[in-house]
Structures are given as C-alpha cells and as structure tokens.
Design a protein around this ligand. Structure first.
Ligand SMILES: Nc1ncnc2c1ncn2[C@@H]1O[C@H](COP(=O)(O)OP(=O)(O)OP(=O)(O)O)[C@@H](O)[C@H]1O
Ligand SMILES: [Mg+2]
Length: 254
C-alpha cells in the first residue's frame, strides 16, 4: 500500500513571543479524511500552532505545505482559500443574529444590480443544507444564536467553516465549556465531519474524548511536537507520559 500523503504538513515551524518559544521547530503531518487530536498541557503551544496554520500568526521560521505544495499563508484569507477553517474557542458568533446570518457572517450572499440586498433565500437554503449534511438538530436557521445551547453554537460555528468551503476543520477546545449531553453532540459532529470526508484537527484536554474520536494523537510539550501516534497503537498511559514530556521515541524503545 502507498503511504498516505499528508493533506497538511508543517516543517520546522517556529514562533516566539519575546523570550517564549511557543512553537519550536515543529514537524507535523495531518492526514486527509481523518481526525487528528492535538494534546498538551496548558501553554504547550497548541493554539499557537493552529494559529500559524490558520494565518492568524506568521511563523518566524519554517514551512507549511498543503496538498503537496508549499503554502504562502499571510493571513486568515489565504488559509481559508486553502480550505483551512479554524473554529476558535470564543466561536465569534453574533448573539442577536440568526443562525443563517452567523453562518454567512462577513461572507453574506447578496442579489440585486449593486449586490446591496441580502439574498436571504439562498443563504437560508445553503445554511439549511450544510446543517442537514452534519445532521444538526437545529430546527430553523432563522433562530437567533442567543437561543441556542453551547453544543448548537459549536455546530453553527462549524457550519460557518463549511459554508466557506472549509475542508480542514480545526476545533480548539470545542467541548471545554459544555455539559455531558452537549459534549456528545459535538463528538457526534466530529464523527459526521469525518464521515463526510472532512479532515479534522481537534485540540482537547479531555483524553477520554480524544481516545473516542481521534484516529491520530499528537502531543506537544513546551513548544515541541513530542510525537504522533495512531490511536489504536497507543495506550492511555503512553499518551499521559507524552503529555508529561516523554519523547515518543523513548516510549517506542521502552
Ligand atoms: N499572543 C501572545 N503573546 C505572548 N505570548 C503568547 C501569546 N500567545 C501565546 N503565548 C505564549 O505562548 C505559549 C504557548 O501558548 P498557547 O496558547 O499556544 O498554548 P496552549 O497549548 O494552547 O495552552 P492552553 O491549553 O492553555 O490553551 C505560552 O507560554 C503562552 O503564554
Ligand atoms: Mg490553547
């Protein structure tokens, strides 16, 4: 069998803030159509790494490759154009606007000669279709986001990423603020995204959730990538010691 080609790869990626080396020489491969979890203690560099990939930050050194080509990601728009769609923890939703307008926020469809009228019909159709594709239980795209649960808000934020054509969906701590039932909803959403052929990067502190949904587990420690393991080839104890800073290679030797 041919070795799988990564859809996204970083080579020697570095980012420092003053004296803090937040991301240190990170080589990382992300495989298409799979869920890769990114774990690591507070301050390990996880959010910084995905912000580099998503164009929110510029790397000090290193390369990002997407679908086999070196990418020039100078800002979020470049990342979006490559299908890279981050969903940050604050979700960036507008409370008093409805689901459909939030999904098209900053990207509204218009009609009329000058394009000054919102094309609500087309936005409603497209957003409903996207929500249907991810088996969302949000009944009506005209409900204001203020009325939704935390899990449903996560769905809307992911829906926005999909509406924009995202196919590498990055979720930073999507279940951190959620209860049990809503967490289940988000885990189901991740599985649905994978079933629909999307590539998912999931940042999480919750090892049980990660072991439930991820195909690959990557661990960072103090800005470095400790290693990436196939989920079914790693034990919970292995992952814990990687999070504590034990090199994956040492584990393999042990
Ligand atoms: N904008 C910034 N300015 C200065 N320092 C920063 C900035 N962003 C991150 N850092 C520092 O970089 C390091 C990595 O932070 P980062 O947020 O990437 O960690 P993380 O793994 O996402 O942590 P957490 O699990 O707490 O979200 C930390 O030492 C943090 O204080
Ligand atoms: Mg973070």
């Amino acid at each position: 069998m041919e070795p799988m080609q990564p859809i996204l790869e970083t080579r020697g990626l570095c980012k420092r803030f003053g004296f803090v080396e937040a991301v240190k020489n990170v080589d990382w491969q992300i495989y298409p159509g799979q869920v890769t979890a990114l774990l690591g203690d507070n301050g390990a560099g996880k959010s910084t790494l995905i912000k580099l990939i998503s164009g929110a930050y510029q790397a000090d050194a290193g390369e990002i490759w997407v679908r086999g080509q070196q990418a020039r990601i100078k800002g979020p728009v470049d990342a979006f154009n490559l299908g890279i769609a981050p969903v940050y923890q604050n979700l960036e939703l507008v409370e008093n606007r409805n689901v459909m307008l939030n999904m098209f926020l900053g990207n509204e469809l218009t009609h009329g000669p000058l394009g000054i009228f919102l094309d609500k019909k087309r936005m409603a159709d497209q957003s409903s279709q996207v929500l249907q594709d991810i088996h969302s239980r949000i009944p009506d795209v005209r409900v204001p986001v203020a009325k939704l649960s935390g899990g449903q808000r996560q769905v809307v934020a992911v829906g926005r990423a999909l509406v924009r054509g995202g196919d590498i969906i990055i979720l930073d701590e999507p279940t951190a603020a959620l209860g049990v039932e809503q967490t289940r909803e988000v885990l189901r959403l991740i599985e649905t995204l994978r079933a629909n052929g999307k590539t998912v990067i999931l940042i999480s502190h919750n090892l049980s959730q990660v072991l439930e949904v991820a195909d690959w587990i990557s661990v960072m420690f103090h800005g470095e990538m400790v290693g990436t393991r196939a989920k079914d080839q790693v034990s919970r104890a292995d992952v814990v010691s990687m999070i504590m800073g034990t090199k994956a290679d040492d584990l393999a030797m042990a």
